[in-house]
Design a protein around this ligand. Structure first.
Ligand code: SAH
Length: 232
């Protein structure tokens, strides 16, 4: 094999840490990500024609996973975190070359930036290729996956009054639909599959500059307790 991959773009997403990022694209459509082309590809010519296309494939590097060349079997969260399957039967981030792929919707193209929705990429992810989605070929007739036959079940998300107020204020300040992004992401239940339910345990994650704190009053319900803006 020849030469290393070239980074063509960088993803700017709300997701500042791996925890609580949706486990596939399309699950949190309110989340907007900016794909910024990098030199020498940061010219509008590189995107000519893309205005005729609704979705793109992003090929990217799981840059925050160490290399795992010997991984043959993985424990996907989808199977409860206990059962193992072959690495090439999974979309795990732990794979020999650490390459991720996601189909995302183009919201708008602005110079050498592509604004997309529904991405599952960490902020700062290096993008190594961008390709148009081709529906007649990329949605094969009879496609099925017995391991992940449909989208995972969702948790119900509730807010305390003060957290909801903070979400609305942050939404205005950031120009983003903060409330919906948080609801869509947390509804996916980011807890590790093997973790036992503990109603008093608090969880936290940072989206944008906001630290979000929540707990699980019941196994399938989330209560968002607070949104705390982080100092720069
Ligand atoms: N759709 C992709 C990714 C699936 S795994 C594919 O099928 O290849 C999705 C998980 O990847 C997210 O939950 C997030 O935690 C993790 N992730 C996203 N960007 C990452 C990055 N740059 N480095 C490490 N992990 C990342």
């Amino acid at each position: 094999m020849s030469g290393p991959l070239i980074q063509v773009a960088i993803a700017h997403s709300p997701f500042r840490e791996k925890f609580a990022i949706p486990r596939q694209p399309g699950l949190a459509n309110a989340a907007r990500t900016r794909i910024e082309l990098l030199p020498p590809y940061n010219r509008p010519e590189a995107l000519e024609g893309l205005e005729q296309v609704s979705h793109i494939w992003l090929l990217f590097l799981f840059h925050e996973v160490g290399s795992c060349p010997d991984t043959l079997r993985v424990r996907p969260p989808r199977l409860g975190g206990n059962e193992r399957i072959g690495v090439f039967a999974s979309r795990s981030t732990h794979r020999p070359n650490g390459i991720g792929q996601s189909v995302v919707k183009i919201e708008r193209i602005d110079g050498s930036n592509i604004w997309v929705s529904g991405a599952d990429l960490l902020d700062g992810t290096p993008v190594v290729d961008i390709k148009p989605f081709v529906p007649y070929s990329d949605i094969p007739t009879g496609a099925m996956n017995g391991i992940a036959p449909s989208a995972p079940a969702r948790c119900q998300v509730h807010w305390t009054e003060s957290a909801l107020l903070s979400a609305r204020q942050a939404g205005q300040r950031l120009g983003e639909d903060v409330q919906t992004v948080i609801e869509q992401c947390l509804a996916q239940d980011p807890r590790p599959a093997y973790q036992a339910h503990n109603p008093s345990r608090e969880y936290g994650v940072t989206f944008w500059d906001l630290n979000i704190v929540w707990r699980y009053p019941t196994e399938t319900q989330i209560e968002i307790l607070a949104l705390i803006p982080q100092a720069e």
